[in-house]
Design a protein around this ligand. Structure first.
Ligand SMILES: [Zn+2]
Length: 62
């Protein structure tokens, strides 16, 4: 219910599948056939690009 996304992206160190970065799959478990909601944003170390991510509800926002 709460949808307060953090404003600062979370820096991540490890590679993440592109589907998760594109918000097509849950960032945490990879589920794709569930209702998604915003879970904040991440930034890959070494990249200036910030990606909004989603969660299926298995975990709360970052
Ligand atoms: Zn999930």
């Amino acid at each position: 219910m709460a949808e307060a996304a953090p404003s600062a992206p979370t820096l991540i160190e490890r590679p993440v599948s592109i589907a998760r970065l594109h918000g097509q799959a849950c960032f945490f478990c990879g589920a794709v056939h569930k209702a998604m909601r915003a879970a904040g944003s991440v930034q890959l170390r070494g990249s200036g690009r910030v990606w909004p991510i989603v969660t299926c509800g298995c975990r709360e926002a970052l």
